[in-house]
Every structure is written in structure tokens, then in C-alpha cells.
Design a protein around this ligand. Structure first.
Ligand SMILES: Nc1ncnc2c1ncn2[C@@H]1O[C@H](COP(=O)(O)OP(=O)(O)OP(=O)(O)O)[C@@H](O)[C@H]1O
Ligand SMILES: [Mg+2]
Length: 267
């Protein structure tokens, strides 16, 4: 891999669901240290893009490529993508009675981190440093402190009595524990109130590093006042129709999507 290989590069991506074309030629490059916001009207294909990146089996890629550090991600199983540092903010599982947040996270995170440790050991010829329950507890404590989360949170039961904002918090905690290189955060379905917006944005800002890239899917210009993207992209009808800096989100807030729709029809 040469030095100027992009971290993450989507090229001419076409995706079908049940023979209906949803993504119609998406191009997007994300490098380390960059936050990209993806906006656009309902049904544009934003979540579809997230699912395709994560490797959801329902989506059929008919054309184009996605490369992660130069490697074709369609050659990787979803768990291999996670192990290599690709993270999609998890769709909250349905109630699992009797499983605490801490246990759920321990299972999910231990699997990914151990697989990562094995791959590293294989590559370097070193020893496999598996994560022990004790390591996990230490890591969890550290990340919860970083995210300013209450200790009691971890012992709460999964999905029972979690509010929307608390679910978002759990999502951010999972991201903190996995230490991804590329995080795709799809906020659309969550109906966040102002507190939840703050939780998400403070958490993301605390976790962002020069070694990481973020794709932030959002409807809220407000969120972008807290998490500052360098790039904003507008997706409409399965394509990115406009890209710019943070000012694009502000313009959009004023003019709405109608102006862009009119431009699309005219062109
Ligand atoms: N499983 C599916 N079967 C059929 N059509 C689907 C399926 N999933 C998504 N679609 C369609 O794909 C299109 C894009 O959906 P997607 O969820 O990616 O949009 P979105 O941009 O995330 O929208 P929103 O802002 O509402 O979250 C929509 O027209 C949707 O109806
Ligand atoms: Mg969506």
C-alpha cells in the first residue's frame, strides 16, 4: 500500500434491494482524521450505504467497489470488517432478559478484540494477547470515565428501561470499547432529544483521533454544531449530489431539499 492510498474509498457503488436499485453510483473518500457528514431526505439511501459498509447480507452490490486501506471489503466477512476496525453504530438488539449491558458488551467486544489480537500476532509472529475479563473491566471503567458515564449504567439490563438517549450512550460506549478506525454512525431512526444529541456529540468528540475517520449520517444540522465535520455530503435518490464544507449543512437548513431537487430535475 502506498502512502497516498486513501483509508476508505467508495467508487461508483451501485446497490440493489430485491432487484430495486437503491444506490446509483456513490463516490466517497474518507481519510484518517476526517469527519464526513452524510445528509439527505428520507429514503435517499443513507442507511443502505451504512449497511453495505458493515456487510449486511440483504443488499446486493451490482457495481463499484469499496476499499479499506486498499483492500476490497467485499472480500471480507462482516466480522472480519469489524475486526479490522470498521464499526457501524449497532442496531439495538431486542430485549435479552437477564443480560446486563456489561455482559453484552463483554461478549461483543471480546470477540472482536481477540480476533484482532490473533490477526496481529499472526502478522508479527508475536504472542496472542487475549483480553481477560479483568482487562475488560479495566477497559470498561476507563472508557466509561472518558464518556462521563455513571458506573451503575453497566449493570442495567439490556434494552429494559433504556431510553433513546441511553441507547445512544450504550452505542457510543460500544464504539469506545472497540476503538474502530472507521466509524459509521447512523442517527436517523433514533429521535434524539437535545440531551441525547449532546451525549452522542460529546462522546464522538472524546473518541475522535487523528488515526480515525467518521461517517456521520444525520438529519440534524444542530448535531454538526457539536461534532464539526470537515466535509458535508448530500445524498438524494441514491447518489451524492453535492459535497462541500460545513456551510453546506447551514445552506441546506435554510433552503431545504427542494432547491436541490429542482436542480436535479433541471440538470
Ligand atoms: N429491505 C428493504 N426492502 C425494500 N426496500 C428497502 C429495504 N430497505 C430500504 N429500502 C428502500 O431503500 C430506499 C433507501 O432507504 P434507506 O433506509 O437507505 O434511506 P435513508 O436515506 O437512510 O432514509 P432515512 O433518512 O429515512 O433514514 C428507500 O426507498 C427504502 O424504502
Ligand atoms: Mg436511514
Amino acid at each position: 500500500m502506498s502512502d497516498n492510498t486513501p483509508m476508505f474509498e467508495i467508487e461508483n457503488l451501485h446497490v440493489n434491494i430485491e432487484d430495486k436499485e437503491i444506490l446509483k453510483g456513490v463516490n466517497l473518500t474518507i481519510n484518517k482524521g476526517e469527519i464526513h457528514a452524510l445528509m439527505g431526505p428520507n429514503g435517499a439511501g443513507k442507511s443502505t450505504l451504512g449497511y453495505v459498509i458493515a456487510g449486511h447480507p440483504s443488499y446486493e452490490v451490482t457495481e463499484g467497489s469499496i476499499r479499506y486501506f486498499g483492500e476490497d471489503i467485499f472480500e471480507m466477512e462482516p466480522d472480519e470488517r469489524a475486526q479490522k476496525g470498521i464499526f457501524l453504530a449497532f442496531q439495538y438488539p431486542t430485549v435479552i432478559p437477564g443480560v446486563s449491558m456489561a455482559n453484552f458488551l463483554r461478549m461483543a467486544v471480546t470477540n472482536v478484540r481477540n480476533a484482532r489480537a490473533e490477526a496481529e500476532a499472526e502478522a508479527t509472529g508475536g504472542e496472542v494477547k487475549k483480553i481477560t475479563p479483568r482487562d475488560f473491566r479495566r477497559l470498561m471503567k476507563e472508557k466509561m470515565a472518558l464518556l462521563k458515564m455513571d458506573d451503575t449504567f453497566a449493570t442495567r439490563y439490556l434494552n429494559e428501561g433504556f431510553s433513546g438517549g441511553e441507547k445512544k450512550r450504550a452505542e457510543i460506549l460500544q464504539m469506545a470499547l472497540l476503538e474502530p478506525t472507521l466509524a459509521v454512525l447512523d442517527e436517523t431512526d433514533s429521535g434524539l432529544d437535545i440531551d441525547a444529541l449532546r451525549v452522542v456529540s460529546d462522546g464522538v468528540n472524546a473518541l475522535m483521533s487523528p488515526e480515525m475517520g467518521i461517517l456521520l449520517i444525520t438529519h440534524y444540522q444542530r448535531l454538526l454544531n457539536h461534532i464539526k465535520p470537515q466535509f458535508v455530503h448530500i445524498m438524494m435518490n441514491g447518489k451524492i449530489v453535492q459535497s462541500g464544507g460545513p456551510e453546506l449543512a447551514l445552506e441546506l437548513e435554510k433552503a431545504g431539499y427542494e432547491m436541490l431537487r429542482a436542480q436535479q430535475v433541471a440538470s
